[in-house]
Design a protein around this ligand. Structure first.
Ligand code: AMP
Ligand code: FES
Ligand code: ZN
Ligand code: ZN
Length: 305
């Protein structure tokens, strides 16, 4: 297999694109692709202040690396969830994220959930109705709240996450099985800003997980290999496996699924935006928009009584 650009031995073969590239040209191709998507979906410009949510995993660290290589001004945000029983998951991911930032002289905002809100994610989950002891839902709520808060408090124009195509296709698959119109309408590369909330973007949403893995390895990015211990058995992993089976038989199927969804959504297939827009008002405690009267779901969870 030879590199399409230079004819040297290829390092990465992408059946889904009928494209093979050597290390050098692959490491140029990925940021060029990301730049194309950033522009196509109007995610952000070089004048805007970007906050990248970094988990210490390969996708978000690679995203930070790519944005910097493209010349964007991007600071990081790491949220310490306190998931350290069995394996030191949060401890190790924080160490690797801080190391990445320190080696490159980057600004990293760190929020420790236990220090700021009194309990770790597994502790919150233990006494919450949400998820019935499984922390993932509590964790998602907390991460969203903190990302919104830091973006607002420090004046970032946009919040970028490292969701890749496999993540997006799995969520899409789940939402399609139940035809969740409201979720389908909101899922996409860009979620526009609303009063009190920064724009949210996913610059890697069209890049396969496998492509991001190859990028992080070829760039020698040190990331946490372990998945969150609570992710085991998650539905999203099952959906990813199903989609991988499909992809294996029909290279490109995953990307086609996602792209044809975006096309259908653009044509207004799912719902009239006005029809499902909920009344939102600021939470009495934190000020973030919520549909609940009084306190938002996060503030209700954090309140001890
Ligand atoms: P996940 O929900 O774990 O698949 O992560 C999706 C994206 O959310 C990642 O690519 C990151 O951008 C962001 N993220 C996840 N966990 C954290 C964390 N602990 N701190 C900051 N950002 C995170
Ligand atoms: Fe949040 Fe696993 S429960 S990362
Ligand atoms: Zn080459
Ligand atoms: Zn609140």
């Amino acid at each position: 297999m030879k590199c399409r650009t230079c004819g040297k031995k290829a390092s990465v073969n992408m059946r889904q694109h009928k494209l093979a590239l050597c290390k050098e040209h692959y490491l140029e191709w990925i940021p060029a692709q990301a730049e194309r998507f950033i522009e196509k979906y109007r995610m952000f410009t070089h004048d805007e202040k970007i906050l990248v949510a970094v988990s210490g995993g390969k996708d978000s660290l690679s995203l930070w690396d790519i944005l910097l290589r493209l010349g964007y001004a991007a600071d990081g945000l790491y949220i310490c969830l306190g998931i350290d029983e069995g394996i030191a998951y949060s401890f190790e991911s924080q160490r690797l994220t801080e190391k990445f930032a320190a080696e490159r002289g980057l600004k990293l905002n760190v929020v420790n959930v236990q220090q700021e809100y009194g309990e770790t994610i597994p502790e919150f989950a233990g006494r919450s109705q949400r998820g019935k002891g499984k922390p993932c839902s509590v964790c998602g709520l907390t991460k969203r709240h903190i990302m919104n808060r830091i973006a607002r408090d420090f004046g970032y124009d946009v919040l970028a996450t490292g969701h890749n195509l496999d993540d997006e296709a799995a969520v899409l698959f789940g939402n399609t099985l139940t035809w969740s119109g409201e979720y389908l309408l909101r899922q996409g590369p860009v979620l526009p800003a609303t009063p009190g909330l920064a724009r949210k973007v996913k610059p890697l949403c069209r890049l396969y997980e496998r492509e991001m893995l190859a990028y992080s390895l070829l760039r020698s990015i040190e990331y946490i290999y372990d998945e969150c211990p609570f992710a085991e058995g998650a539905t999203s992993i099952y959906y990813k496996e199903l989609l991988n089976k499909l992809e294996n038989d029909r290279p490109g199927a995953k990307l086609a699924f996602y792209l044809s969804f975006l096309e259908a959504r653009k044509k207004g297939l799912f719902a009239e935006p006005e029809a499902i827009q909920q009344e939102l008002h600021p939470c009495r405690s934190c000020g973030q928009p919520t549909s609940a009267p009084g306190l938002c779901a996060f503030c209700r969870m954090v309140k001890k009584d």
